[in-house]
Write a protein that binds this ligand. Structure first.
Ligand SMILES: C[S@@+](CC[C@H](N)C(=O)[O-])C[C@H]1O[C@@H](n2cnc3c(N)ncnc32)[C@H](O)[C@@H]1O
Length: 170
């Protein structure tokens, strides 16, 4: 059964992915987006935020949103929001960047684009196995019709990950 306890054992798998994000996209990229307003959709228990803190990034501008309260643990900040990614409780254009790791295959919705300001960045990723690679990649791309794709890459670690960075065009 998928419980918060089971999910906790998954931390090293997720941290390996974030290490690759950092290696490939660079520290300067993360520093620059974290200076502005960032929404983490499907933040789970806050693995990404804790990883960033462990790498000495400041996450005070990150709002972490998840639909399940029981997954959410305090990180080094107060900004945790319980909400549905399909009906985000934020005004249009509220965020400069949206990050979502391993969640959009569950959400399958573009409300994240509404809360991004024009020119804002979306960093989306999904895990995949061989059988669902095309399906997962096409799903993420289909959510980004109002975006210009900047960069895509794959991670082949303990779990395979498809990652896409795109900029909202209007
Ligand atoms: C596989 S976990 C990924 C967690 C985290 N992003 C990470 O990197 O480990 C997927 C998360 O998406 C959340 N989720 C699923 N559907 C959602 C929705 N409609 N709105 C918000 N969060 C959702 C789940 O509760 C879960 O915490």
């Amino acid at each position: 059964m998928f419980t918060p306890q089971v999910y906790d054992s998954w931390q090293d798998v997720q941290w390996e992915k974030y290490d690759e994000f950092l290696r490939i996209m660079g520290r300067d990229f993360f520093s620059s987006i974290l200076e502005k307003r960032v929404l983490d959709i499907g933040s789970g228990s806050g693995y990404l935020e804790r990883f960033l803190v462990s790498k000495e990034f400041d996450v005070k501008n990150v709002v972490s949103l998840d639909i399940r309260k029981d997954f959410m643990k305090k990180v080094d900040k107060e900004t945790l929001v319980i909400g549905d990614a399909k009906f985000l409780p934020f005004k249009n254009g509220r965020f400069d960047a949206v990050v979502s790791v391993d969640t959009m295959h569950l959400v399958k919705d573009t409300d994240f684009a509404r809360v991004l300001k024009p020119g804002g960045l979306a960093l989306l990723s999904v895990f995949f196995s061989h059988g669902v690679y095309e399906e997962r990649r096409n799903l993420l791309r289909s959510l980004l019709t109002d975006f210009q794709i900047i960069f895509e890459f794959e991670i082949h670690g303990k779990e395979k990950e498809y990652v896409i960075l795109a900029r909202k065009t209007n």
